[in-house]
Design a protein around this ligand. Sequence first.
Ligand code: ATP
Ligand code: MG
Ligand code: ZN
Length: 621
Amino acid sequence: MLSTGMALPDLHTAADPDPLIVARAALAEVFGFHDFRPGQEEVITSLLAGRDTLAVMPTGAGKSLCFQLPAVIDGGLTVVVSPLIALMDDQVRALRLQGVAAGALHSGRSREDNSDTWREAMAGRLRLLYAAPERLMLDGVMEGLSRIRLSRLVVDEAHCISRWGHAFRPEYLALPRLRARFPGVPVAAFTATADAPTRRDIIENLCSGDAEEFVFGFDRPNLTIRIAEKRDPQRQIIAILDDNPARSGIVYRLSRRSVEETAADLVRRGYNALPYHAGMPAEQRAENQDRFVSEDGVVMVATIAFGMGIDKPDVRFVVHADLPSSIEAYYQEIGRAGRDGAPSTVTMLYGLADIRQRRRFIDDSDAPDEQRRVEHQRLNALLGLCETTECRRKALLRAFGEELEERCGNCDVCLDPPDVIDGTVPAQKVLSAILRTGSRYGAAHVVDVLTGHVNDAVTQYGHDALPTFGIGTEFDKNGWRSVIRQLVATGVVDIDTTGYGALMLGPRGRAVLKGEDPIGLRRPVKEDKAKPRRGKSSPAVTASPQNAPLLTALKALRRDIARELGIPAYTVFHDRSLTEMAERRPGSLDALSGIHGVGAAKLDKFGARFLAEIEASVGSV
Ligand SMILES: Nc1ncnc2c1ncn2[C@@H]1O[C@H](COP(=O)(O)OP(=O)(O)OP(=O)(O)O)[C@@H](O)[C@H]1O
Ligand SMILES: [Mg+2]
Ligand SMILES: [Zn+2]
């Protein structure tokens, strides 16, 4: 029987029905989707066959459905391990709205709520039980679970189990014990970011020997990828906001202070921005997150404490105003954009100061040497992506072991190819200025020496008498800063992370100085050309002009319903569903059920009200 109480009688009474037919029926019936997305069908088939499964699918690909759908079809209870409370609550809320019996056990809920959920689970009335790993390990919980029919253990964000991963969660180390306790129960692990060693970690710790492994590639073709030099971050952020009027987006900043400052500045200028970081009071944080997911057009200025598992489908842009920690982290963070598949833009801004700060973080951490070495390698890989003169997407996907045949046509390098110059002579000038000033000065002073700018230190130490003084006539100050950044990113120059950021010869420095290691550089752009280009914004999912008033009315209705139920607007219906309603104007419940995202439960709950709204607007035309 379908857990939702909804009938799929023909299919279920048929002898030995093809599980995929049942799955397709449930896809339409329960979730209101008419097609599987790439990969979902294969993964669901593997789960339904009871095999241990590891699925690596891109961010926003629809991994949740891959375990939710089998849970709906199967008899017993599916236990889902998930790293974040917000993530669990979000999914449980959405499932309930779709008529699926789901619950969560975690420390963020009251004792009564947790024991209600537990009772439901023990009575066999739940299809999905979400829980934090440490909850599941409690003796009483394990005991209880062993007495009921468990159909599957699901581990979401499974890369959190790997110590080498960028999001290691110590709680996940308990999971192998869970697995051992229920040896006959199939395990399904999901992640968007797992390189080969992490995948091995997951399989070894969670799965049996004959696990089925799916790796579906990482590409998110609807994301326009941009990486730009950081000049004036505030102005650059505003330009992106202006390109995306009234659209939702996330601006990531590294520190709590810069989150506060950036958000306050944006609000002062009239933007609908909110701050989010781990230092804020919990209620304030929850409220801001709620507003971000339930209102249209909020810009969340946040540290990376924000975002994991947030499934707001219509985030149209993500900005990294500071350098992320690694390619994996970057990929996961940009993955929050464009989950509805519509075009979205992700922009990273970075400069020399970012590199220095990231290096210092690693050097100052008390991680063991080996781990610090790995962290530096990860950072260097990210810097390689930042400085690449080939297609960004190609470079990004290669980092995950995936080869893109052609350039993507949808990144800053493809759209606006940089001018690559022979960097040997400029690099030698920089190296010589560094050496002749004793490898004791930061970038600002080295640039002064190169451009022949007299400052106190220059006169005091006689640097104006050096042969390198003023030889850097080919670029202006910003140009030289850009050259130095590129040299640091590529290991020609090193930056001292302990003191004042003194520049030194890097591992490649000697060879470049001798002319044995040719180096290409992006030609530094002049200040006025560095502005992010306007007008090239991504079209969102929109209705044609004659349908716009109806779409607005439907959105208002959605907001009212969301308020009445105290849930985010998009869990009522996604934008895409409303757009389709506005375009096709269904005149009956039956016709409405053919719209994307309208499953049986939502048809029941909201159908009549949306039909009435459509009818009213058709009548008034
Ligand atoms: N077959 C489908 N047709 C249309 N939309 C779908 C389908 N499957 C999933 N979706 C939608 O895709 C969105 C992203 O799904 P989901 O949250 O499961 O992504 P994910 O793969 O878990 O990504 P992440 O790694 O970022 O957590 C959701 O809004 C979901 O409703
Ligand atoms: Mg997910
Ligand atoms: Zn490209």
